[in-house]
Design a binder for this molecule. Sequence first.
Ligand SMILES: C[S@@+](CC[C@H](N)C(=O)[O-])C[C@H]1O[C@@H](n2cnc3c(N)ncnc32)[C@H](O)[C@@H]1O
Length: 209
Amino acid sequence: MRQHVNPLSRNFNEIERIPHLDDAFGDAKLNLHLDIGCAAGEFLFDLALVNTSWNYLGIEIRERLVKNAKLKVEEGKIKNLYFIFGNADNILNDVHSKCILKNLKSISFNFPDPWFKKKHHKRRIIQPKFINILSNSLKKGTLIFIKTDVKDLFNYMDGTISSDVSFKTINEKDFNYSESFNPNKVKTNREKYVIQNQLNIFERIYMKI
Ligand SMILES: C[S@@+](CC[C@H](N)C(=O)[O-])C[C@H]1O[C@@H](n2cnc3c(N)ncnc32)[C@H](O)[C@@H]1O
């Protein structure tokens, strides 16, 4: 399995459309959370099985992972979890995604690929243009969660989101997780690895205002 794919490759120009919420979920009226770069989706399975008052949507660019995740959803008859394959930037730029973006309660970017070399920074998922799409489409009150173990990437993501005046930083100490998409603070796979190896985690929460 390839660990990294180039999101700017033309292979990802054609996108899988996000279906209408009624077709994706058993109850389209539940709170909706989007996880970008969800890998095999284990984190979202953990969340969806316990938090049945939330719908979870995962976007992942590695096709094999998404195919397997979709099979697991079907086999488990899980009605509050849906996966989409492709480059999140292309998918959310599509006019058909605007309705989904309007319905989101929150979005997470958990340990996105750092793309260390400067010439590859343009492959990072968080870009000013991408944040602009979010700031134009999300409704007020929508939360964005970022988390990474790479300080330089954190500074870059934080700078990019904070320089958009439609987002304000939420003080984590005042944040009530129990009402969020992740009330039990379930860890992602990368997060478990980072904790086991005693590496730092840099995280921040923003709200669309
Ligand atoms: C380092 S992994 C972290 C996976 C998971 N979020 C976690 O915390 O364990 C980053 C994931 O983001 C995916 N990814 C990278 N760029 C993406 C993009 N533009 N659109 C969708 N997924 C992307 C990668 O394929 C990979 O699965």
